[in-house]
Design a protein. Structure first.
Length: 267
């Protein structure tokens, strides 16, 4: 099972390969947020990254729109086009924040001439509380992707793993002690998934961002498989640069790390 991440204008596209034949559905060409607003005014990503609507352009050329109610915003930078399994249609993963209950994950799908929320996680439960997705990846090798996210990365973040079940994103595992975002910064890629010897791991900094924790999902439990020590706090994106290596940015300096060398039982 491999997760390929392809960057398109205004969007990050996650594709799961090796899962069989896909259901035929009209593909989503790209998506973006529109109509910046200040009605929520948390601005975890800085201005203007709170939006009232989402627009998706289909490969046919049709443009569909989802307009949020007045007490909600998309508190996000770019929508993510995802496939949770090869037999399922594409969906858009987004962050929605509500005036009283804070942020939650939502999956959005085209239905006829509209975009609709097809599944969602529980909200954090307080206003001005945010979350940052880590990856959409098959973490347990069953052919279906989980959604990994750090809840409240600015105030003692908790890694949570969700699976889609009908109209809900259900939490299946959690682990404390992570921070994959700096408040007010538009950089969202301080964490990622990475394959080591055919198994998918999550690379996420700890709360100091001086340790890159390597996390795996085992029997619906999150387990730390190792740590990579960084020379300075992580400030920029983690990028895969080869099958064995990632690059990290610490205080503007780029370093190369081999995650497999940081495992407790190194390969």
């Amino acid at each position: 099972m491999n997760l390929h991440r392809t960057r398109l204008p205004h969007v990050t596209l996650f594709l799961l390969s090796g899962c069989g034949s896909a259901t035929v559905a009209e593909p989503i060409a790209h998506a973006h947020y529109a109509n910046p607003v200040e009605r929520y005014s948390h601005f975890a990503l800085g201005k203007p990254h709170e939006y009232a609507s989402l627009k998706a352009t289909m490969r046919s050329g049709r443009t569909l729109t989802l307009q949020l109610p007045h007490d909600e915003v998309f508190e996000d930078l770019t929508p993510r086009i995802v496939k949770l399994a090869a037999t399922e249609p594409e969906a858009i993963l987004a962050i929605v924040s509500q005036r009283d209950s804070g942020a939650r994950l939502v999956l959005i799908e085209p239905r006829g001439d509209s975009l609709v929320i097809s599944a969602q996680s529980p909200a954090i439960g307080m206003p001005n509380r945010w979350l940052n997705p880590v990856a959409v990846a098959d973490l347990d090798g069953d052919g279906r992707a989980e959604i990994a996210v750090v809840i409240t990365p600015h105030i003692g973040g908790t890694l949570k793993i969700y699976r889609k079940h009908n109209k809900r994103l259900i939490e299946v595992a959690s682990l404390e002690g992570f921070s994959n975002h700096e408040y007010g910064n538009a950089e969202l890629n301080l964490s990622t998934s990475f394959s080591i010897s055919g198994r998918t791991y999550l690379l996420i900094p700890d709360t100091t961002r001086l340790q890159l924790r390597i996390i795996t999902l085992e029997n619906d439990r999150l387990v730390e498989a190792g740590r990579c020590t960084l020379a300075a706090p992580l400030t920029g994106p983690i990028k895969s640069i080869s099958p064995r290596e990632v690059s990290v940015v610490t205080l503007g300096n780029i370093h190369t790390i081999t995650p497999s060398n940081c495992l407790k039982h190194a390969f």
